[in-house]
Ligand binder design. Structure first.
Ligand code: FEO
Length: 397
């Protein structure tokens, strides 16, 4: 079997990274792909490239179809290094007639590489490029998720090459979403959205509106990571609409860490009481859950309940890590509460409350502290707190 032709004369020529497990703080335990696409028309265009150490994979795939020197145009939808790392070497090999990128893309290329002599041509939203029978329309997608990001749309093929948007970190020999279990792909698409794009949800809403207004017919979305959405990509577009509107469920997360299990015991009692109010609860022990997997659950939850014992007048290191990560991703419209055990000073709850206030998470309670090991009267207070949180979640709709 040859390379996947995603459309007539448009081929996947990217690379599969089976081994990557960490993407600057995002756990990629299924690996990923760096997708690149080659359109062969009267002019030959390569859409995006790959990470520098996968240059040979990209060239190997291109050579199965054509001599790399026959490529006329390079289209740089996004300058982040996982899609541009091998660009200098590819440019040397290909010697393209033109390199197309957005206005911010030109700035990004100039600040990443020595671009002297590169035939860069800036394109803006709505600009078109004829390849012969196929026409590429460019659409700037600033801050999705970098200032330079853009989409390439080929009307004749109803194909949207969407850069990082709609991607998932999954390594596979399959190229299409419908060749794997949809539920699994959607989970990874949600994880991708929560960790990379959630911060830019207002831009996603604007983009969806813009795509609607332009009346683009799309029957395939080809992202730069993971699997391609073909047939009816409505499912992922609807999910992006839901996620970017920050739609939530009757769901609470109890995110906690513990030293000698006292905070764990409190977490269990609080979670049980929340669930008795008809709220779905997920226990997220920081000792066993990766920050980026917790973020996936944050996407559609209403309440964030943080538990940490006090260590050296502060919170436990794994909690500090998660709070820092969450703060950067700016959760909106959530409610919260804090709890934790302590030995003598007991500042953890105060720190957690301050962190939530800084993130504009509305506190439903001043928080609950327990000295050393919880007793019956402490469990009663945990249940009270859980009930209060549960009722607040239900009250949100
Ligand atoms: Fe996949 Fe923003 O790079």
């Amino acid at each position: 079997m040859g390379l996947t032709a995603v459309k007539d004369n448009i081929y996947w020529v990217g690379a599969v990274d089976w081994d990557i497990r960490d993407f600057h703080g995002y756990s990629t335990y299924k690996g990923t792909t760096y997708n690149a696409f080659l359109a062969i028309d009267e002019k030959i265009a390569l859409f995006d490239t790959v990470k520098s150490n996968f240059k040979e994979n990209l060239l190997y795939h291109i050579r199965e179809l054509t001599d790399p020197k026959s490529i006329d145009y390079l289209i740089v939808n996004h300058v982040e290094m996982d899609h541009s790392g091998c660009l200098p070497e590819i440019i040397k090999e290909v010697q393209p007639e033109k390199i197309f990128c957005s206005p911010m893309g030109e700035k990004a290329l100039n600040s990443h590489f020595d671009t002297k002599g590169w035939p860069i041509q800036v394109v803006k939203s709505g600009d078109t490029l004829s390849l012969g029978k196929k026409t590429v329309t460019f659409l700037e997608t600033k801050m999705l998720h970098w200032p330079d990001s853009m989409f390439s749309y080929i009307a004749e093929d109803k194909l949207l090459i969407s850069s990082d948007a709609f991607g998932q970190h999954i390594a596979s020999t399959e190229r299409y979403v419908d060749e794997l279990a949809l539920g699994e792909v959607m989970t990874h698409a949600a994880k991708y959205y929560a960790n990379i794009l959630h911060l830019f949800s207002p831009n996603v809403q604007k983009l969806l509106q813009q795509v609607g207004e332009l009346g683009l017919e799309i029957d395939m979305i080809a992202p730069d990571h993971g699997l391609i959405w073909r047939g009816n990509p409505g499912e992922i577009i609807a999910a992006y609409d839901r996620w970017s509107r920050r739609e939530t469920k009757r769901k609470a997360l109890v995110i906690y860490d513990s030293m000698w299990k006292s905070t764990t015991k409190m977490a269990c009692a609080i979670a049980g009481a929340i669930s008795r109010e008809g709220v779905s609860v997920k226990m997220m022990n920081l000792a066993v859950n990766h920050r980026s997997d917790i973020m996936t659950e944050v996407l559609d939850c209403r309440a964030l309940v943080f538990g940490s014992p006090t260590l050296n007048n502060g919170i436990l290191p794994r909690m500090a890590d998660f709070i820092t990560y969450l703060k950067g991703l700016r959760p909106k419209g959530k409610i919260g509460a804090a709890f934790g055990s302590f030995g003598w000073s007991g500042e953890a709850v105060k720190h957690l409350n301050a962190a939530m206030e800084a993130m504009e998470i509305s506190l439903v309670d001043e928080g609950l502290r327990v000295k050393n090991v919880p007793k019956d009267e402490d469990f009663a207070k945990c249940k009270e707190l859980g009930k209060k949180i549960g009722l607040a979640v239900v009250g949100m709709g």
